[in-house]
Design a protein around this ligand. Structure first.
Ligand SMILES: NC(=O)c1ccc[n+]([C@@H]2O[C@H](COP(=O)([O-])OP(=O)(O)OC[C@H]3O[C@@H](n4cnc5c(N)ncnc54)[C@H](OP(=O)(O)O)[C@@H]3O)[C@@H](O)[C@H]2O)c1
Length: 503
């Protein structure tokens, strides 16, 4: 508690989905855990006319709906008394003058006036909000200031650069927190511990033992109500450019000198810099894209992507991508990384599979019958829905004959550490308050990942989007992409403990 300073957290877009679904429940949890300073205040900034009381009432309803916890009303009252509402359009300079006066009134007198500007706003307004913070002098008034950006940070490299230049006029890199909520997930944070605190894994984490890496981030859901945004973005910009590049970087990075934000971010960027360059002609060799048609997922009828709300009838936006990347450095030479992500796939799952090289099958070639075909040893880091780590190996099936099957040792995160691991947003908000940038995306990372995404998207202009049935693992060309290298996708398997957890 001593290290937590008071601050005023200003949420731009405080009546929106993100605030209701994620930020309010996260603030409640921080209050519950006494991780908000008693003098911290929250200003909800949005355009609908509301009193403080009305906003607090609605905030309670959202927190009840979206928090995993049962609300303790004494804790809620404490939090509610810290929340204020400021009505304004994002573009209205006068609204920022009112905001400045409100902040002056509510911020802790004795500790300067630290401010967190959280832009939970549509990205088209990021520039206008930053300009207005400057014009009103809010970015320079007393105390420290930090500014938090939700994804997407730009639509391509050029727009990201432009946005970054606007922000850089008023904020230094150490004041800028670009959210990638995947980095707040427990199992993603666990990757560095798994790799660098465990000599057994550390020593085999390289080209000598690893054949390839597969990363799957699949959703059963479609695009829900996000057609407007998604149709301009697609799976490449929505998932690959940010979350999947972070997973690649954390899986492949070298150990850093210290566990601090700059060192970790530096090592991650080196991974992106080592990705083998490719021309637009190569793009269709190393990547495929698809879009879902109508069909059924889990016995539920679902619409085609083109029939979703706010999607163009002739849209060729991809809702599925599969991709092969080569990382040309000492550790990963000739160890490809295969990535796939999409909407309306067979199940909701995010996992990283480290697939190890196989032994020559001399011993078991003739005299072992195989129950299901010996698969390679695999280490699977399951990010969602059941967090955990599994190690797959071959074992003898009991009996007189030599029959071999694949078995898994599962580490169940929730079984060991209990339920209610912090939601990504709790962790990320707490880190902004305490000034730790480790789990936020640096500009270098944004720049390199946009470069890669732009190259892929330019290459795609030569080809056409293909179609897949909902409830599958995407277009068949994704299988061909990996099969032409003599490999295959390993279908995610439910860990043994998922029944225990009721998932
Ligand atoms: N929702 C998610 O789960 C999610 C996940 C990852 C990233 N994000 C990112 O988070 C940001 C917010 O997303 P969201 O889903 O919360 O959006 P949203 O539901 O559309 O909410 C947008 C918020 O901005 C306000 N707003 C819009 N135009 C305004 C204006 N001209 N002046 C003042 N206020 C205005 C809205 O107020 P009204 O209520 O009056 O319209 C609302 O409070 C976006 O950058 C998005 O990409 C969201």
């Amino acid at each position: 508690m001593e290290t937590i300073e008071p601050c005023v957290i200003i949420i731009f877009g405080a009546t929106g989905d993100l605030t209701n679904r994620k930020l309010l429940p996260a603030l409640y949890k921080l209050e519950l855990d006494s991780l908000l300073h008693k003098d911290t205040r929250i200003v909800a900034f949005a355009r609908k006319p509301k009193s403080n009381e009305q906003f607090r009432k609605e905030a309670l309803a959202s927190t009840k709906k979206f928090s995993k916890l049962i609300i303790n009303y004494d804790v809620w009252k404490k939090l509610a008394s810290k929340i204020f509402y400021q009505k304004s359009e994002f573009q209205d300079a006068e609204g920022y003058n009112k905001l400045r006066n409100l902040i002056k009134k509510i911020c802790a007198k004795n500790a300067g006036c630290n401010k967190i500007f959280y832009l939970a706003a549509p990205p088209g307004f990021f520039g206008a909000i930053i300009d207005n913070l400057r014009i009103s002098g809010l970015n320079e008034s007393s105390g420290w200031s930090r500014v938090v950006f939700e994804k997407p940070f730009g639509h391509d490299l050029e727009s990201a650069k432009k946005l970054n230049e606007t922000i850089k006029k008023d904020f230094n890199e150490n004041q800028i927190y670009r959210i990638d909520h995947y980095l707040g997930k427990e199992l993603v944070q666990n990757l560095l511990v798994l790799r660098f605190a465990n000599p057994i894994f550390d020593s085999i984490w390289n080209k000598r033992y690893i054949d390839h890496v597969q990363i799957t981030v699949a959703e059963e859901l479609g695009i829900e109500t996000r057609g407007d945004y998604y149709d301009k973005a697609g799976a490449l910009r929505d998932m690959v450019q940010n979350h999947m590049m972070q997973l690649v970087a954390l899986t492949a990075m070298e150990p850093c000198v210290k566990l601090d934000a700059d060192d970790i971010r530096e090592e991650k960027v080196k991974v992106l810099r080592s990705i083998r360059t490719f021309s637009s002609k190569d793009v269709n060799e190393m990547s495929v894209r698809g879009q879902y048609v109508s069909g059924t997922v889990n016995n539920k009828k679902v619409k085609a992507y083109k029939d979703e709300e706010k999607v163009a009838k002739n849209s060729d936006t991809e809702t599925f991508v599969a991709l092969k990347l080569n990382i040309d450095n000492w550790r990963w030479a000739n160890v490809p990384f295969y990535l796939r992500t999409g909407k309306r796939l067979k199940e909701r799952v995010a996992e990283i599979s480290i697939v190890f090289k196989q032994n020559p099958e001399i011993l078991f070639n003739n005299n072992a019958s195989r129950a299901s075909g010996i698969e390679p040893n695999m280490l699977i880091i399951r990010i969602q829905p059941e967090e955990g780590i599994s190690l797959q190996f071959a074992a003898k099936v009991p009996g007189r004959k030599m029959v071999i099957d694949n078995v898994r040792m599962d580490f169940c995160h929730e079984c060991i550490f209990g339920p209610n691991t912090p939601d990504a947003y709790e962790k990320l908000l707490y880190d902004v308050i305490s000034g730790d940038q480790t789990l936020f995306t640096s500009w270098d990372m944004v720049e390199h990942s946009w470069e890669l995404a732009d190259k892929i998207s330019n290459g795609w202009k030569r080809g056409k989007v293909l179609y897949y049935n909902p409830g599958t693992w995407g277009i068949q060309e994704a299988d061909k992409l990996i099969e032409k290298d003599g490999r295959k996708w390993y279908e995610p398997k439910k860990p043994y403990y998922s029944a225990l957890l009721g998932k």
